[in-house]
Design a protein. Structure first.
Lengths: 363, 166
């Protein structure tokens, strides 16, 4: 009885909150409209630039721009050009739309190297290992990974036979299910050689995906939606697959078990098998990249739509801001799911590929 | 647009960071976690098995106890029965013995009574005989005071003997 009253109250409160939210969302539209009309004279709205500015890499971590003031975290630049190694702060190079020269370097405004550090004299790219936004995000996620799992490991070492508590209790089922249900059966009897990589890869992708959804500072970088990151991960899977491959695995590529006509005069099957060695990790690389990239683009496009509609009229902006925010909430929740699924898929497929290379000679 | 061309700087940092993290976790993270989870699993399994065994042992002990108790009970009943039987037997024995003894005593008494009786009868008889002889003597003495009577007597007796002879 009292429960039904409680739920009634809760639903009433929910309705009130929802109403307030709607009003706020309408004002968001108004704000977007007014801010747009203020800056209309200066620059045209460029959704494409906005989106790629958010999901791409940068030399500083831009947080927001209030009026003319850019609020961002400057990051160190490390470049090696014709005048040797150079270390300087990214704020020396100015900010977006207003780059300046420093020490013979600047950031290209357009062209193939747009947004990257170039040498002023030649216009070429120097050797650039700057700590960019993505690298900082990478460092943050790696630190988080180390803190989380080393602390858990310490807990296990200290009192492993006790009931798991805190973070340990949250992660234990995940680790156990990954280890027992995926790595063990997929890789086969040599699974112990690959556990370190597979578990690290899963949690690395998972934590970076999650950090990517958080829109403000420690998160927000589109790390797993960057091809360099997924490329390194896929390359490591490729190396582990082929370096530890068994004789039977390579024999199956060079002389597959198919009718002789398919492999003897013209090596059709060999060609396909050989191609397969590379397509598998490339698919891994592209899948993760495209999924995370697309998720970020979707959210940004939905937010960007508010500004597009505000350009049309105040009412359209107000109306669409509601739709847009609801859609963004939905997308973000969906992304939470995708974060897990993509990490899971990457690890599962890596385990399967490694397991396929662990086949034993059939008698 | 550098969307599909990996940036060398990021590649470098990624490779470095990831390998370091993987190495550290592979050395001090995962083995400790996975190993301990497995160890704990084994420990729990073993403990359960042991508990099962202990339970089985306990059940055995219980059954054994019950069996012993039942046995003891049976034994007690048997002993009680035996004791009762023994008691009855002893009583019976005692009774028969006592009866026998009593009979014997009675017999003895009867015998001695008989003996005494016989003796008494014998004595009475001899006394009676003596008395009779004495009386007869006196009577005969009185009767045979004269000679004629003595001769008569002798004749008579002789007659009697003759009659008895013929």
């Amino acid at each position: 009885m009292s429960q039904s009253i409680n739920t009634k109250k809760a639903s009433q409160a929910g309705k009130i909150v929802f109403g307030i939210l709607l009003v706020i969302l309408c004002f968001l539209g108004v704000a977007a409209f007014t801010s747009h009309s203020e800056s209309e004279a200066k620059e045209e709205l460029n959704i494409k630039e906005m989106i790629f500015g958010h999901i791409g890499d940068a030399y500083n971590w831009h947080i927001t721009t209030i009026g003319e003031k850019h609020i961002s975290i400057p990051l160190p630049c490390i470049v090696k050009g014709q005048n040797g190694w150079n270390f300087f702060c990214s704020s020396k190079l100015g900010h977006e739309g207003h780059y300046v020269e420093y020490n013979g370097y600047t950031i290209a405004e357009e062209g193939d190297n747009a947004g990257k550090i170039i040498e002023v004299a030649t216009g070429e790219r120097p050797l650039d290992i700057s700590i960019t936004k993505n690298v900082v995000s990478l460092l943050i996620s790696c630190t988080l990974l180390l803190i989380i799992f080393l602390s858990i490991a310490k807990k296990y070492k200290k009192n492993g036979f006790c009931k798991p508590t805190g973070l340990q209790a949250v992660l234990e089922p995940l680790i156990v299910s990954l280890h027992d249900d995926i790595i063990k059966p997929s890789v086969g009897k040599n699974y112990k050689k690959f556990t370190w990589y597979l578990l690290t890869v899963f949690f690395f992708i998972f934590i970076n995906n999650l950090l990517g959804i958080i829109p403000i500072f420690p998160g927000g970088a589109n790390l797993t939606g960057n091809i360099a990151i997924t490329f390194v991960l896929a390359a490591l899977t490729f190396l582990l697959t082929n370096l530890f491959g068994t004789k039977a695995y390579f024999k199956d590529i060079v002389w597959p078990n198919v009718p002789i006509g398919l492999k003897c005069p013209v090596p059709i099957m060999q060609f396909i098998e050989f191609l397969g060695i590379f397509t598998k990790p490339i698919a891994l690389c592209i899948r993760l990249f495209a999924n995370m990239f697309a998720g970020h683009v979707m959210v940004l496009v939905l937010v960007g739509l508010i500004f597009v509609f505000s350009q049309l009229s105040l009412v359209a902006g107000m109306g669409f801001s509601i739709v847009s925010v609801l859609l963004v909430v939905f997308m973000s929740l969906l992304e939470c799911l995708v974060c897990f699924i993509q990490a899971y898929v990457f690890m599962t497929l890596s385990a399967l590929f490694i397991g396929m290379a662990q086949v034993e000679e059939e008698e | 647009m550098s969307l599909l061309t990996p940036d060398p700087g990021l590649l470098f940092w990624m490779l470095l960071c990831f390998l370091i993290v993987a190495f550290i976790l592979g050395k001090w993270g995962w083995p400790a976690i996975v190993g301990m989870i497995e160890e704990r699993g084994n420990y729990i399994e073993e403990s359960l098995k042991k508990a099962d065994e202990a339970n089985a042992a306990l059940a055995n002990i219980k059954a054994e106890n019950e069996r012993l108790a039942a046995e003891a009970k049976n034994e007690r009943v048997a002993m009680l029965k035996e004791a009762t039987r023994l008691k009855e037997k002893i009583i019976d024995d005692a009774k028969t013995q006592a009866t026998a003894e009593a009979n014997k005593i009675i017999e003895n008494a009867k015998e001695s009574i008989q003996l005494e009786k016989d003796n008494a009868v014998k004595e009475i008889r001899s006394q009676v005989a003596e008395l009779s002889v004495n009386i007869a003597e006196r009577i005969i003495r009185g009767e045979l005071k004269t000679n004629e009577s003595q001769i008569d007597m002798i004749n008579k007796l002789l007659d009697e003997v003759n009659i008895a002879k013929s």
